[in-house]
Each structure stands twice: as structure tokens, then as C-alpha cells.
Write a protein that binds this ligand. Structure first.
Ligand code: ADP
Ligand code: MG
Length: 350
């Protein structure tokens, strides 16, 4: 029996596990689920058991959400973290897990189902509401949004108004195109050359941009035969606030990241482009794990430069920034192997 815990990972890093329900179209095969709450009462709400081939694997996280947890329940647990971006913190929230485990549901929700909206729209709603209520205390905030995708270690601007997929093609083929070079300045601000940054005044404006980004992703999908599950989606909200009476200033950043699917592709089946994709996903996900682990252990050397994703987010991962990782889990027996990998990834055993 394995007992793994991430609870020694203190500081500003939290890991939440979320198990999605069995999907309605799934019932017919009747294989049932392999995920349950642990029997020990003290682990309730924080523990999770996975039984595979008669063997029980137990894990403990900062929080576990089982199938019955609503989007609202989940948001309740993170709203303070989101709020801290308005207080000048740099915040990163990741969704990690195999394709189909509920990452996009957790981040964005279900299209056309307002009560099932995910943490990106909920966060924006809260931030803009709070901004409004802080006006009376003299706080004036400015917000900027950027959205990008990292595919095969290449950045793609999702808000660029034209030819973004052509840019992808060009940079893939190494014949020019935009470079999207990442630079960090002395104040801990990240600059990505050529990246579109949009001033936003309301949650509605951001929703509009999110829709545009989704379109831009799907255009790339057909043209490049790319699937969104093979790329990382990075939503960034930069917040700068000034208090007009006290002259206090704050600069916060909220990064919300829907990671590429963590599933291992069978080695024999991956060749050419698919192999390259798999290698770059593996590289960036393991780099992310290395970085978070090094930060949690307060190691002197944190290997930010090993992938585009970790380098891009460097100022928002170290220092007094706050990081939350959702590990999304599919409950079905057929996913047991991948689920075990995800749980181990999150508790950093592998
Ligand atoms: P991923 O982004 O990890 O590939 P999705 O978020 O697309 O996975 O989820 C796969 C399917 O499961 C979608 O149809 C989604 O709406 C549904 N789903 C995921 N999580 C939940 C949940 N907690 N409650 C209800 N449906 C969910
Ligand atoms: Mg998805």
C-alpha cells in the first residue's frame, strides 16, 4: 500500500484534486468507478483512494472535490486566492490531468450553461465586482488581458487579430513569423514581444476576448491538425491599482492555465509530428513539476528555463507568489492507470 502526501509542500503552493462525475453517455459499459473517498474519517475532504487491480492507493491533498462538488463549491475555495491578485499578488492556477478529466470544465465550464461556468469567468466576475466596490475607498484599477497557447514549445497569440495560424505555420517551419520572445524585467514583469495585450473594463469584455481566443484555437486546429488538448492555454490578467488618497500602488497578476493533456501516448504509436508533440508536452509538464517541487523544497536552483511555460511564468511562480494546481481525475476504471499517474505527479512520487 502506498501512502503519498503532498502536505509537506508548504509555503505558497497548494494542490487540489477534483474528480469528475461519470459521464451520462458512459453508463452502458458499466465498468464503474475506481475512485472513492478514503475510509479514514480524518482524511475526509482531503484524501482520495484509487483501487486498481485490487490494490489500494491513498493520496492526500490540500482539498479533494468529488463528483458532487459544483463549480460554485470549487470557486468558494479559491475566491480568496483570486482576490489576492487585487492586493498585488502574482497568482497561478493550473489544471492538470489527462484529456477528458475535466480541466476545461474546471477552468471555463460548460458553454451555454451559466450555472456551470468555471473558475475563469467566476474569477473575472469577482474581480470586476470588487474593483467596483473598492472605488469608494479611493482605489482605481486598470486591467489588461493576454491569452496565448504553447504548442510544441512555440507560443501562439490567441488575441492577434489576423493571421495567427499563419504565424504558427511560419514559426513551426522556422521561416520567420513572430518570435514571441519572453523577457522579464527587474520589477518582475514579463514581456512577450509581439503579444497582443488588451485593456479591459468589464468581465463582459473579457468574455468576448475568451470567445475570440477559443475561435482562434479552433482555426489552428483544422489548419494545423492540432488539438487544443495538445497545447497549454495561458490566460493572463494584469492588474494595476492606485489608491488616490493614500498613493499606495499594487501590481497583481492572475494566470489561469489549462494544461495540455497529461496522458502518455503509446510509444509505438507516436511518430513524426505526434512524437514531437508528445515529447514537448512531456518536457513542459515535467519541467513544471520540477519547478514546483524545487520551489516547495525551497531549493536554491529552480529550473525555470527548461520549458517555455515555466520560463514564461517564472515571476509568478517564485517569491511571494501563490500557486494552485488542480489535478483533474477521470473516475472510470479504463482511466485508472492515467489517474494513478496524475495523482502521483501531483504528490511528486514519480
Ligand atoms: P479536459 O479539458 O480535461 O479534456 P473536459 O473539461 O473537456 O476535459 O471534460 C470532459 C467532459 O466531461 C466534458 O463534456 C465536460 O463537460 C464533462 N465534465 C468534466 N468535469 C465535469 C464535472 N465536474 N461535472 C459535469 N461534467 C463534467
Ligand atoms: Mg480541455
Amino acid at each position: 500500500k502506498l501512502h503519498n502526501t503532498i502536505l509537506e509542500l508548504k509555503g505558497n503552493i497548494r494542490v487540489f484534486c477534483r474528480v469528475r462525475p461519470l459521464l451520462p453517455d458512459y453508463g452502458s459499459s458499466g465498468e464503474g468507478k475506481v475512485i472513492s473517498y478514503p475510509t479514514s474519517m480524518e482524511a475526509l475532504g482531503r484524501g482520495i483512494d484509487l483501487v486498481q487491480s485490487g490494490q489500494k492507493h491513498s493520496f492526500t491533498f490540500d482539498k479533494v472535490f468529488m463528483a458532487e462538488a459544483s463549480q460554485e463549491d470549487v470557486f468558494e475555495e479559491i475566491s480568496q486566492l483570486v482576490q489576492s491578485a487585487l492586493d498585488g499578488y502574482k497568482v497561478c492556477i493550473f489544471a492538470y490531468g489527462q484529456t477528458g478529466s475535466g480541466k476545461t470544465y474546471t477552468m471555463m465550464g460548460k458553454p451555454g450553461q451559466p450555472e456551470q461556468k468555471g473558475l475563469i469567468p467566476r474569477s473575472l466576475q469577482q474581480i470586476f465586482q470588487t474593483r467596483q466596490s473598492l472605488l469608494s475607498q479611493g482605489w482605481k484599477y486598470e486591467m489588461q488581458v493576454s491569452m496565448l497557447e504553447i504548442y510544441n514549445e512555440t507560443i501562439r497569440d490567441l488575441l492577434s487579430t489576423n493571421r495567427s495560424s499563419l504565424d504558427l505555420l511560419r514559426s513551426e517551419n522556422g521561416i520567420g513569423g513572430k518570435q514571441y520572445t519572453i523577457k522579464h524585467d527587474a520589477n518582475g514583469n514579463t514581456h512577450v514581444s509581439d503579444l497582443t495585450i488588451v485593456d479591459v473594463r468589464s468581465a463582459r469584455e473579457v468574455s468576448y476576448l475568451l470567445e475570440r481566443a477559443a475561435q482562434s484555437r479552433s482555426v489552428g486546429k483544422t489548419q494545423m491538425n492540432e488539438q487544443s488538448s495538445r497545447s497549454h492555454f495561458v490566460f493572463t490578467l494584469r492588474i494595476s491599482g492606485v489608491n488616490e488618497s493614500t498613493e499606495q500602488q499594487v501590481q497583481g497578476v492572475l494566470n489561469l492555465i489549462d494544461l495540455a493533456g497529461s496522458e502518455r501516448l503509446s510509444k509505438s504509436g507516436s511518430t513524426g509530428d505526434r512524437l514531437k508533440e508528445t515529447q514537448s508536452i512531456n518536457k513542459s509538464l515535467s519541467s513544471l513539476s520540477d519547478v514546483i517541487f524545487a520551489l516547495a523544497k525551497k531549493e536554491d536552483h529552480v529550473p525555470f528555463r527548461n520549458s517555455k511555460l515555466t520560463y514564461l511564468l517564472q515571476p509568478c511562480l517564485g517569491g511571494d507568489s501563490k500557486t494552485l494546481m488542480f489535478v483533474n481525475i477521470s473516475p472510470e476504471l479504463s482511466s485508472a492507470g492515467e489517474s494513478l499517474c496524475s495523482l502521483r505527479f501531483a504528490s511528486r512520487v514519480n
